[in-house]
Ligand binder design. Structure first.
Ligand code: CUA
Length: 276
């Protein structure tokens, strides 16, 4: 049966052009990712490698869904183009709805469960007892790092003693003996292959501690001490940046992470202990 014709019958050109555009768009997008046009710097810890693996897995799942959806759209645009036929109303398909809701649920929950370790390792797993503890204090717009010194104990902090001009940006209480040997520096220096536990604090607004090579990003929140763990397995100098918009100087808020050998780390600690 030829069917009743409604109207003149549309042109095939717009549908064809849109379908071709969609196919080229998919091809260009897949190329950008597959060719790694903007590669991430190599990871410098085991956890960072886990994060990379998880990222690639998520990218693959989302990429397959993206390719299928866009090519399906291109096909539908062409296949169901206006030929002058009467449009048919479809009230939906329960079986299909249930199917793709379940598939989405399984993929998302599955990725979450798989990614749990990569994320939780740096946060919820307590650091081993031999971890090097370093306190990180953020304020507009600097990072300040504190080492507990030879006694292994951080001295008490009291906000009323905070005075950057007087050389006490953290507010170390001069009456607490444990704080006398604390070393306060502007660059984070850590020994290679040793577990590090950072204690993140903020004196004013929410800042962030982000090192690309560690794939580690954690907010520093006023009133909280947030622990994060990592073990860097490569010697080198890496940038620490703040990724929370924290004020006018935010774009310039950064510091350096220097991963050094155990011998270099020991001599750094000795130099700090020698300076009063
Ligand atoms: Cu601190 Cu942005």
């Amino acid at each position: 049966m030829s069917g009743t014709r409604y109207g003149a019958g549309g042109s095939a050109a717009p549908a064809l052009l849109l379908a071709i555009f969609l196919i080229l768009f998919v091809a260009a997008t897949v190329y950008l990712f597959a060719a790694q046009v903007y590669p991430a710097p190599p990871p410098i810890s085991h956890d960072a490698a886990l994060v990379d693996r998880q990222y690639n897995l998520t990218l693959c799942a989302a990429g397959i869904a993206f390719i299928l959806a866009q090519l399906g759209l291109a096909y539908a645009v062409w296949r169901f183009r206006d030929r002058g036929q009467r449009a048919r109303f479809i009230p939906g398909n329960v079986a299909l709805e249930v199917l793709w809701t379940c598939v989405t649920l399984i993929v998302f929950v599955g990725l979450g469960v798989l990614g749990r370790r990569a994320w939780a390792d740096a946060r919820f797993v307590p650091s081993p007892s031999n971890a090097v503890q370093i306190e990180v204090t953020t304020n507009q717009f600097v990072y300040t790092f504190r080492y507990p010194g030879p006694d292994g104990k951080f001295g008490r902090l009291d906000p009323s003693f905070i005075s950057a001009p007087a050389g006490n940006p953290l507010g170390l209480d001069p009456n607490d003996g444990a704080g006398r040997d604390d070393a306060v520096v502007a660059t984070l220096i850590v020994p290679v292959d040793r577990p590090i536990e950072l204690l993140l604090r903020s004196q004013d607004v929410i800042h962030n501690f982000f090192v690309r090579e560690l794939r580690l990003q954690q907010d520093a929140v006023p009133g909280m001490v947030i622990p994060v763990n990592f073990t860097a397995d490569r010697i080198g100098t890496f940038e620490i940046v703040c990724t929370q918009l924290c004020g006018l100087g935010h774009n310039n808020m950064h510091s350096l992470l220097r991963v050094v050998s155990q011998a270099d780390y020991d001599s750094f600690l000795r130099r700090q202990a020698a300076t009063p």
